[in-house]
Structures are given as structure tokens and as C-alpha cells.
Design a protein around this ligand. Structure first.
Ligand code: GLA
Length: 729
């Protein structure tokens, strides 16, 4: 880990474990330009890569033709409306209504450590094991200053970027676009990799050819969303799971985003990532600053798998803060798919008793315990226990569940308000809405205006009062609709364009308060399944509900896409009943368990009513969880085969960091006749070690398993699965 500034060549060089990132300053103009990003390079003088010599239109040589230079020069943080016609990083409305902006280098600092980003989630590291480069730029006309931050950690190949803007003028400036990152590079043979989806089908991997012009994924839904994910990957044509060049850029933010790649006339690429400019207009008063969220850049020459493992380690070591991050989570049983809204104390206690017998460790009471909520039409905002359902109150239920020997967890949807609620009747102005328009309902509810401190305080207290009242070990924090009808009764004309970002800052503030007051709480974020499964939320909760689709087969591709970026320890995964409530598919109970073992593991079914043959398997699954979870949580993830690609089986492995143990999960989605070989090469082992295949007499060297492969057993029927445990001798 090293950050240097080479005075003679005016090059900044950021060296991580295996990569280099270089930035230059042009001679006379002092433009900040991108020089190189990829595998480590040894030379310091990279001025020849600045391209000012090869370009006759450099302003210092040909002031007349500045535009020709600006439109092709790789810029580190491009301005707007001044001759570079590619996507700008910033757009500003000044007091005259002009939007031009152009930045010039003014100074820099190289420091130990990494600063916090005020009010925002961000990666963190120990002072002497992290380093930061801050580069100052200024637009002298607007007197708008930008500080670009580049942070690295001793144990990681990721580079974290963000920008802080300061209005040094004496008039307000309006930011109408502020990207966290802009990255110019040459188009080699990259395809664009993104994650798309919908409710119950989140984070499906999607590849496309990079054509000329702009291609993007984005969200203007007020959350990172089911539909598209704040990630962009550039994958070299020759890249495989374990070799070849891959760049991955991920946004540590949970609201609106734009992630875009633009291929221009010179076949160069500009990647942009930041808060989506749509509906964004942020007033910056004189002396005020605006901090962008953080974007994480990862480069790997070890293929997609190499990229995934860098993200996984980064998030496990430098983003998740929860005391649970390195701990086994209690195996929970959630009553949502068991009862939906139709439950009472007796029902929950019956579930808890049976769960305890089978080795489950926590009961989670989902939606429907408050107000008069017997369906999704009402009561969000009225966080008062429904004593008709919970006779004797919440404390009584929790005591009983604890007496049985289970921890207790509870569901909230704190950001929402039902039109049919006492809260809405008292405070209709607390809902996000545009005056004169009836706001769009989704799941029969509105969104609370969390840009307001009074609303945030109310929301916080409603949750905290319940948590203070009894012994609650876990909270599922849900968010079941997207933002629309953007209007705040609190913000004035000048600030309305800040609503979505302020909303996100409000969510972060609430969760920060929660984990500060209840440091031992296990928090799981959720949004209609996995619509807010993003790195921002991981800063507050060590796990996120992956999807409302709990079907073991659908989960294969959802979990594959999720694990592309997120460690398995973060993926909320449960065994549910069949036929599956979302897709109607029936799969063996064993396979449902094996697939859920790849995540946090739990149950989401009526354990008092499922077939006895299924229930009888639970203690065995619980034992497998206890046996394998340390490995699953902390090991290296390898994608071995993808059902998405081969259409009949899925296979992934987790290998311990010391390579003494591996767990391979194989799911046969479709039985196929005449498939002679099910040989699976297991990457990531130690070639010299000898591994015993548990349950057999076979012992093989790592190199044999890696190159010649492991023979899977033939499986009879669709949806069968197998776990293979390798233990070094
Ligand atoms: C969302 C969640 C579910 C469940 C319901 C309750 O859809 O993803 O797990 O909590 O809300 O309304």
C-alpha cells in the first residue's frame, strides 16, 4: 500500500497490493487527467501517458482549439459545458443561471488513515493500515472547490473514491449533478456487466456489448431498487471466472444512482457513478460543502471470481460494523410465510416450541403485530402493539419465547405511513406528496418525509420505545415501496431538489441512532425482498433480506448475482414451504436447506404444519449450519458452474482462507440423461495439500481436484443437490 506524488513528472501513483492507479497534472493548464488503472506498474514517470504530446490541440500549444483537446483528454473529474462533450462529473447552476464548470488542480495531501464521510455509510480502516490522497481542484470563475479523495487499505486491492464540493464564492450555487467518480479508460475488449431484476427476481447478471454512446443502469426510485443495481462491471472478452481482466465499480449508497459507461468517437470509455441527477438540485450556500457518497473501484486480473473476492473481503473487513459480522447468527424462524397477518400469541408460541425442539434459535415476528393491521391496507406509522392478537402484550410474548429458550426478533417498516393510520390523520403533511396531487399509493401506503427532523424523531422513538420495553435481539427493518410524487411540506422552493438525498441521509441517521443505542441488536435490512441490498445498508446491518422469492431454484441465480459482490455472510436466506408461495414450485426439503446454507440461514414456514418428513430434517440442517457456517461466513467464494449459463446445474464452493477446508454445493436443476461426466474442477485449493472427501475413503491432492476434478454423484430427478466437504489431511 503506497500513495506517492512524483514531483518531477507531476504524477500521483496509488499502489494497492496488485494494482496501480495513476493520475497526472497537465503542464500549463493544470488539468487533472487520468493516466492509468490496472495491474501494478513499476515506473513513476508516466507523463508520456498524459497524451498532451500526441495531441496537437493541447490548449498550451493551440489555445484556439481547446475543445478538440478537452473532448478526448482522459479527465479525472470532468467539467461541464466547456468543450468536453462526454458525461460531466458536475453540473452547476450559478446565480446567473449558467451551468459551465471546469476544474483546475490547486493542491493535494497524502495522509495516513481514512476520514469518515459525515452522515454517509463508507468503508473504514485502521489509521496505520489505510492511506488517503486528497486532490484539490477549483473552478476559479465559480469559486467552486472540489476535493477528490482516493483511499486504500493495506490488505485490499479496492480503491475508494468520493468528492467533496465547497462553495467558496459569496453567492449560492446549485449543484444539479455531482458524480462520486468519473473514470476514463481505453476500450479494450470489454463487455458491460450489470445486475437487473424485479420484485422476487433481484440481481440477475446481464452482459451487453459496449456500443457507441451512453449505456447506463440507474434508479430514480428513491432506493437502490429491485430493478437495477448500483454496479457496473467491465469484463474483458477473454475473462473467465478465474482469469482475465475485470473492473467492477460499486456505489456505497442506497438511493437514486446513475452508473454509466460511455464509448466515444475515439473508442475510449468514460465510466460515471454517482447520485442520479434527475430530480436532484442541491443548494450550496457560501462556505457550505456537499459530500458525495463513496464509490468502490476494484480491478482484478483473476477474472470475475477475483473481483468478487476483493469485494467480499473489503465489505467483511472494512464496511460491516455490527458485532455480528464475524459471528454465527442465530438460526431464526420467521412467521411471514407461515401465517402472513393471521397470527396471535398462541400461534407464535406454538411455532416457538416446535422450533426449539428442532434446534432453531430465534423467533421473528413479522408484519401485522401493531395497530389494526390484518392486511396491508392500514396502520403503518401506528407502532402500538395490537393486544387483540398479542394478548397480554408484547412483553408477555417475548418472555414466553425467551422462556422456551429462543431469542425474539421483530419486524418494523419505520419509513412508511398508511393513509389509514392515526399518524396520517394527525399529520398528513408528514407524507411525501406534491401539493394538489393525490400521491401514488404503492402497497396502499405513502412514504414518510424523512428529510424532516420532527418526523425522524417520531420514527426513531416509535421503534426505540418498543426495543427498550422488552428483550428484543433482532430487528427486520423493511421498506416496501418506492418514492414518487416528490414533494416535502418542510423544504422550500430552494431545497425541494434535495428531498431524495436528504431522505437517504435521514434513513442513515435513523439506523445510526438505532445501532448506537442498541449496539448488540442484530439488524437485518429488507425492502420488499432485496430492493435495498446495497453496500450502503451493510454499514448498518450485517445482513440483508435477499429476496421475497424463497424458492430454492430461483434463489440460485438471485444468490449468484448477489454473491458477485456481497459476502455470503450478508445474504438473508431461508428454507420455506412448498409449493413455493412465489412460484408454486416444489423442491426437496434437503435442497431448500442446502441452498439456504449459502446465506444467513433460517426458516420461513409453519413448523407446526409442514409434512413430518420435512420437519424431521430440520435438526440435521441445523447441525449442518453449525458445522459449516464459520467456513461459509469467512471463506473465499468460488463460482464453479452457473445454472444461468448451462441450464441444468449450479455449483459453487467456499474455501477457507488457509485452504484446509472446502464446501462445494451442487444443485441439479434439471435431471439429464446420458450426461456421463459430472466432473467439477475445484479452484482455489492448495495444489500440494491432500484433501479427504468427507464420507468417502478418497483422498486427493489439491492439484488433482483443481485440474482433473472431482466426480459428483449422479443425481436422480430435478432439483436434487449435494454438499461435498473437503478436509485437508
Ligand atoms: C416485505 C418483506 C417480507 C415481509 C413483508 C411483510 O415484502 O420482504 O419478507 O416482511 O414485507 O409485509
Amino acid at each position: 500500500m503506497k500513495i506517492t506524488y512524483i514531483e518531477s513528472s507531476r504524477i500521483f501513483k496509488i499502489d494497492t497490493l496488485q494494482n496501480s492507479y495513476c493520475i497526472g497534472i497537465t503542464d500549463e493548464e493544470r488539468f487533472l487527467t487520468h493516466v492509468y488503472y490496472g495491474s501494478s506498474v513499476s515506473d513513476d514517470d508516466l507523463t508520456y501517458l498524459l497524451r498532451t504530446d500526441e495531441n496537437p490541440f493541447a490548449p498550451s500549444k493551440n489555445a484556439r482549439d481547446r475543445g478538440s483537446f478537452l473532448d478526448c483528454c482522459p479527465m479525472e473529474y470532468p467539467g461541464n459545458g466547456v468543450g468536453d462533450y462526454r458525461e460531466s462529473a458536475v453540473s452547476v447552476e450559478d446565480s446567473n443561471g449558467n451551468s459551465a464548470v471546469q476544474f483546475y488542480y490547486t493542491g493535494h495531501r497524502i495522509m495516513e488513515g481514512k476520514k469518515k464521510l459525515e452522515g454517509l455509510p463508507a468503508t473504514f480502516g485502521e489509521e496505520d493500515k489505510s492511506a488517503t490522497l486528497e486532490i484539490d481542484l477549483e473552478d476559479p470563475v465559480l469559486q467552486l472547490q472540489v476535493t477528490l479523495s482516493y483511499c486504500i487499505f493495506e490488505d485490499s486491492d479496492a480503491i475508494m473514491r468520493s468528492a467533496r464540493l465547497r462553495n467558496a464564492s459569496d453567492a449560492p450555487l446549485y449543484l444539479t449533478k455531482v458524480m462520486s467518480l468519473s473514470l476514463d479508460m481505453d476500450q479494450k475488449d470489454f463487455s458491460l456487466l450489470t445486475l437487473h431484476g424485479s420484485w422476487a427476481r433481484e440481481r440477475q447478471m446481464d452482459y451487453r456489448t459496449i456500443g457507441y454512446g451512453r449505456q447506463s443502469v440507474s434508479s430514480v426510485r428513491g432506493e437502490s431498487s429491485h430493478q437495477e443495481h448500483p454496479f457496473i462491471g467491465l469484463v474483458s472478452e477473454s475473462a473467465t471466472q478465474e482469469s482475465g481482466s475485470v473492473y467492477g465499480i460499486h456505489f456505497v449508497y442506497s438511493g437514486n444512482f446513475l452508473a454509466q459507461v460511455e464509448k466515444n468517437q475515439f473508442d475510449s470509455l468514460r465510466v460515471s457513478m454517482g447520485i442520479h441527477p434527475e430530480n436532484f438540485r442541491y443548494r450550496l450556500m457560501p462556505g457550505e460543502t456537499f459530500q458525495t457518497p463513496e464509490a468502490v473501484m476494484v480491478y482484478s486480473e483473476n477474472g470475475l471470481g477475483g473481483m468478487s473476492r476483493i469485494f467480499h473481503d473489503l465489505y467483511r473487513n472494512h464496511l460491516i460494523r455490527s458485532p455480528y459480522k464475524d459471528r454465527k447468527r442465530p438460526i431464526l424462524i420467521n412467521n411471514w410465510e407461515a401465517t402472513y397477518f393471521d397470527f396471535d400469541t398462541d400461534k407464535l408460541i406454538a411455532i416457538a416450541k416446535q422450533a426449539k425442539e428442532d434446534g432453531i434459535e430465534m423467533l421473528v415476528m413479522d408484519d401485522g403485530w401493531f395497530g389494526h393491521r390484518n392486511d396491508d391496507n392500514t396502520s403503518l406509522g401506528d407502532w402500538k402493539v395490537n393486544e387483540e392478537k398479542l394478548r397480554g402484550g408484547l412483553g408477555h410474548l417475548v418472555d414466553e419465547v425467551n422462556r422456551i429458550g429462543l431469542k425474539f426478533g421483530i419486524w418494523f417498516e419505520p419509513e412508511m405511513i398508511s393513509p389509514d393510520s392515526d399518524l396520517y390523520r394527525a399529520h398528513p403533511e408528514w407524507a411525501i406528496a406534491v401539493p394538489g396531487r393525490i400521491p401514488c399509493r404503492m402497497r396502499n401506503q405513502y412514504v414518510l418525509d424523512l428529510s424532516r427532523q420532527d418526523v425522524r424523531d417520531y420514527v426513531y422513538e416509535s421503534v426505540a420505545v418498543i426495543l427498550r420495553s422488552t428483550n428484543i435481539a433482532y430487528v427486520k427493518w423493511d421498506m416496501n415501496r418506492q418514492l414518487s410524487d416528490l414533494g416535502s411540506a418542510f423544504l422550500d422552493r430552494e431545497n425541494q431538489g434535495e428531498l431524495c438525498h436528504r431522505y437517504m441521509l435521514g434513513v442513515y441517521e435513523l439506523q445510526e441512532r438505532l445501532v448506537t443505542e442498541f449496539p448488540q441488536l442484530l439488524l437485518e435490512n429488507c425492502s420488499g425482498g432485496g430492493a435495498r441490498f446495497d453496500p450502503g445498508m451493510l454499514y448498518y446491518s450485517p445482513q440483508i433480506w435477499c429476496s421475497d422469492d424463497t424458492d430454492a431454484i430461483e434463489r440460485l441465480s438471485i444468490q449468484e448475482g448477489t454473491a458477485l459482490l456481497f459476502p455470503l455472510s450478508t445474504m438473508g436466506a431461508h428454507v420455506s414451504d412448498c409449493p413455493n408461495h412465489t412460484v408454486g414450485r416444489s423442491t426437496p426439503f434437503e435442497t431448500r436447506g442446502n441452498v439456504a446454507l449459502a446465506g444467513t440461514f433460517g426458516y420461513e414456514l409453519d413448523i407446526t404444519r409442514i409434512p413430518e418428513a420435512d420437519r424431521a430434517q430440520i435438526p440435521g440442517q441445523v447441525a449442518l449450519y453449525h458445522k459449516y457456517n464459520d467456513l461459509v461466513r469467512s471463506g473465499d467464494y468460488y463460482r464453479i458452474a452457473s445454472y444461468r449459463e448451462n441450464h441444468y446445474y449450479d455449483c459453487y464452493g467456499v474455501i477457507s482462507k488457509d485452504k484446509t477446508e472446502a464446501l462445494i454445493t451442487c444443485v441439479q436443476v434439471m435431471g439429464r440423461p446420458n450426461v456421463h461426466s459430472r466432473r467439477i474442477c475445484v479452484p482455489g485449493l492448495d495444489p500440494k495439500k491432500r484433501y479427504r472427501i468427507e464420507g468417502t475413503d478418497q483422498i486427493l491432492h489439491g492439484d488433482t481436484l483443481m485440474h482433473a476434478g472431482l466426480q459428483m454423484k449422479a443425481m436422480w430427478g430435478d432439483f436434487q443437490s449435494e454438499l461435498i466437504h473437503l478436509i485437508a489431511e
